[in-house]
Design a protein around this ligand. Structure first.
Ligand code: NAD
Length: 498
């Protein structure tokens, strides 16, 4: 078994005073490492160190901060193989997929290198006679990020480069299922020249999260995970007076119009539904066929699903890896059973799949279900596995109504050749991120990422310009420099401009 995974506090690994739990390999079911969990005392120690470190860090010039992010970018590129291998062991995803999320994480480091430009305030000369006004943005202080298992590199990178570049100290609480990538990132930040205590990692689960959400000296919390926990974090941290952005779950729909290239759409929907075993917040677990293309689309998606090789993430022939836990696998099987019992047609059946040599792994095959009532939980709930529900509607308006009736609003896609319907869709759909002939419309690092409705609680989307705004607060300064001998009669009226 591998080494223990400890917290990263004040520039080194530390076991803390909490308990431990095993880290399992989803492909084999075996324990590969032991994780130390942070209790309230461990969180408090890290916050105290961060508080002192942040005061110095906020005074470091933008030029010096930027150089650290340029170095960090190079170090991350050099360490991509090491990080991707660890992610594949703990998360289960293919090594190639893990490299993809690391590359997308590096985009926000690149955004952080332009902080010299983006942190500029405004200046207006003579807003009143002899009076100037300017604005500046300052860091919040110590901020925390709590992240999900499904993107152990990319999602933390939505947060920390921008929080750090803007002068905050950052405490990361990664998922307890795949925590090791975060310790490698902490080591690389140190190598890049970030002062100790400015970026720290506290591992753990609910106890650690609740300690972060209620600690008096933490100013803001960024959360990404499932909707029930997003609501809990948003409520708890807001009640404790913190700025909060909490990104939740999803049930993304792809609408396939009758004029679409069906083969292209089926390939793209299959990649959205079954890539990373459906464990992406921008996965496509629902396809909506419009008009008379339903059976043609089902046949095309069946062909796509049936050619996928299911296996461990470190085998380069694998297309679809295991899901994260046995519970996650059992949930996909149970939701398929329930859909079938309710009259659903199982077009591709992923139940009962075993992978030779990996009998204890959390494997379930790609699954496609249709003819399901729109009230059924297998359609309405987030399954977070390789299960695609294909719904049929008669026209564009019905498709739009179905998509907009979902409580989630993270991502969606429309496949069509019609600019008219594509434009109507982007205008009328109640979803934060939209793909037009693109199945996983994850915005690039210099735009912001975020859903609507039950997919996001708080006012700010993640990373890009909204991330910069989340991690800073504005000061507006009004300045007058009267000449030493100038006399101005004081007025008791509210100041107006002359
Ligand atoms: P999760 O909600 O179970 O866990 C997320 C984080 O919360 C983890 O760090 C975990 O340790 C912590 N946590 C778990 N239970 C807790 C509790 N009871 N109290 C306090 N903290 C708790 O999510 P997950 O299973 O790790 O990730 C999958 C979910 O994340 C899916 O719902 C997916 O849609 C969502 N997700 C959303 C986005 C997005 O951008 N909206 C991105 C990635 C993942």
């Amino acid at each position: 078994m591998g080494h223990d995974v400890k917290h990263w506090i004040d520039g080194r690994e530390e076991a803390g005073t909490g308990s431990t739990q095993p880290i399992l390999n989803p492909a084999t079911g075996e324990q590969i490492r032991t994780l130390h969990l942070g209790d309230a005392a461990t969180v408090d120690r890290a916050v105290q160190i961060a508080t002192v470190a942040q005061r110095e860090w906020a005074k470091v010039s933008l030029a010096k901060r930027t150089q650290i992010f340029y170095r960090m970018r190079e170090l991350m590129i050099a360490a991509t193989d090491e990080i991707a291998t660890v992610i594949s062991q703990e998360h289960g995803k293919t090594v190639g997929d893990a490299k993809g999320e690391i590359a997308r994480g590096i985009e926000t480091l690149e955004f952080a290198t332009s902080i010299t430009q983006d942190l500029k305030g405004g200046f207006s000369e003579n807003v009143s006679t002899g009076v100037d006004a300017h604005t500046m943005r300052q860091p919040l202080g110590v901020v925390a990020g709590i992240t999900p298992f499904n993107f152990p590199a990319m999602v933390p990178f939505w947060m920390h480069p921008i929080a750090l570049a803007t002068g905050n100290a950052f405490l990361l609480k990664p998922s307890e299922r795949d925590p090791s990538a975060s310790n490698i990132v902490a080591r690389l930040y140190q190598e890049a020249g970030l002062p100790d205590g400015v970026f720290q990692v506290i591992h753990g689960g609910k106890e650690t999260v609740d300690a972060l959400c209620t600690h008096d000296d933490i100013s803001a919390v960024s959360f990404v995970g499932s909707t029930p926990i997003a609501k809990h974090v948003h409520a708890t941290a807001s009640a404790a007076g913190k700025r909060v952005q909490a990104l939740g779950g999803a049930n993304n729909h792809a609408v396939v119009m009758p004029d679409a290239n069906i083969e292209f759409a089926a390939g793209q929907v299959a990649s959205g539904a079954f890539g990373s075993a459906g464990e992406r917040c921008m996965a496509v677990p629902v396809a909506v066929t419009v008009g008379d293309i339903h059976e043609e689309f089902l046949a095309a998606i069946q062909a796509e699903a049936e050619k996928l090789v299911v296996g461990p993430g470190d085998d380069e022939n694998t297309d679809m890896p295991p899901v994260i836990t046995q519970d996650a696998r059992d949930r996909v099987i149970r939701m398929t059973d329930e859909a079938e019992q309710a009259g659903g047609r199982v077009v591709v059946d992923g139940r009962g799949l075993t992978v030779k040599g990996f009998e204890n792994g959390n494997f379930v095959g790609p699954t496609v279900i249709t003819d399901l009532d729109p009230s059924h939980a297998t359609y309405t709930d987030e399954v977070f596995g390789p299960l695609l529900v294909v719904m049929a509607v008669d026209n564009f308006d019905e498709a739009l109504e179905l998509v907009n009736s979902s409580p989630f609003g993270n991502g969606t896609a429309i496949f069509t050749d019609s600019g008219h319907y594509a434009r109507r869709y982007q205008e009328e759909v109640e979803v934060g991120m939209i793909g037009i002939n693109v199945p996983i419309p994850t915005p690039v690092g210099y735009y912001s990422f975020g859903g609507w409705k039950d997919s996001l609680f708080g006012e700010h989307h993640a990373h890009g310009p909204e991330g910069l705004s989340f991690y800073t607060k504005q000061k507006a300064v009004t300045t007058r420099w009267p000449a030493q001998n100038e006399t101005v009669e004081a007025s008791m009226s509210f100041p107006t401009h002359d």
